[in-house]
Design a binder for this molecule. Structure first.
Ligand code: 6AU
Length: 273
């Protein structure tokens, strides 16, 4: 059957990339396909929210460049929380430059992303050189890359042939590109006639997930975990403001539990209808 009709555990066995395998195993172990996006600007808030949501997530998504009081101790704490709560880390860097530049941005600077982030992402717009550049840093460290094949926002340009070209780019680098930021499954998209793609299993991580509102004032659009996982066949739901934006610690915990449950019920409905 198509990969998304198999269990996460079955799929974990077939993945050679260490980050993809570890993510699928973590999802299975914790019964959670929830990634929380912690888009806050203060170190203390960042760590507090992660400690609260940690038990309910497979993955924590960061934007480290928005943290005002960033220093290397933040990364040490983040790694401790990752071990304590058993989740992987995804720095949502959205690389978008030539290979040589992204290799430097990924390995160096203040943030040294490759040294701590299991997964990162990139826009395919520069062409395959962006994957080669990031892979030169990430592959020796066992990291995984997601290409942005689609986006969640109104009016975005990642559609049609752009999306198909992104999938083709991933197919040419299957050891390092583990999947996509996308709104639905990419199975067979952009394949040439006769090209064997039935066995491919790109992970689909999907932002734009919310249960209480339909969007924001800047073009974000939300769908429910059921629409994303059951109807569109995506693998991981990414939730930001729907969880961390809820106020008290108790409410943040409650929302994390709620989205974990909704995401998991949608998955169970998919693999054993
Ligand atoms: O749930 P939200 O709207 O508060 O946050 C969604 C998060 C943000 C975005 O930077 C990110 O998901 N995102 C992405 C990613 C993950 O690459 C792509 C996209 O198309 N839309 C989107 O919202 O941290």
């Amino acid at each position: 059957p198509s990969a998304h009709l198999q269990t996460y555990a079955q799929r974990a066995e077939k993945h050679a990339n260490p980050a993809a395998k570890a993510l699928l195993e973590t999802i299975e172990r914790k019964s959670s396909n929830l990634c929380v996006s912690v888009d806050v600007t203060k170190k203390a808030d960042f760590l507090r929210i992660i400690d609260i949501v940690g038990p309910y997530v497979c993955l924590v998504k960061t934007h480290v460049d928005i943290i005002e009081d960033f220093d290397s101790s933040l990364i040490d704490r983040l790694k401790e929380l990752s071990a304590k709560h058993d989740f992987l880390i995804f720095e949502d860097r959205k690389f978008a430059d030539i290979g040589n530049t992204v290799a430097l941005q990924y390995s160096s600077g203040v943030h040294k992303i490759a040294s701590w982030s299991h997964i990162t992402n990139a826009h395919p717009v520069p062409g395959p050189g962006i994957v080669t550049g990031l892979a030169s840093v990430g592959t020796p460290l066992g990291r995984g890359l997601l290409l942005l094949a689609e986006m969640s926002t109104k009016g975005n340009l990642a559609t049609g042939t752009y999306t198909a070209d992104a999938v083709r780019m991933a197919r040419a680098h299957r050891d390092f590109v583990i999947g996509f930021i996308a709104m639905h499954r990419m199975d067979g998209i952009g394949a040439q006639a006769g090209e064997a793609v039935e066995d491919e299993d790109f992970l689909i991580l999907t932002p734009g997930v919310g249960l209480d509102v339909k969007g924001d004032s800047m073009g974000q659009q939300y769908r429910t975990p059921r629409e994303v996982v059951l109807e569109s066949g995506c693998d991981v739901i990414i939730v930001g403001r729907g969880i961390y934006g809820k106020g008290s610690d108790a409410e943040v915990r409650e929302q994390a539990e709620r989205y974990r449950r909704e995401g998991w019920v949608a998955y169970e409905g998919r693999v054993s209808p």
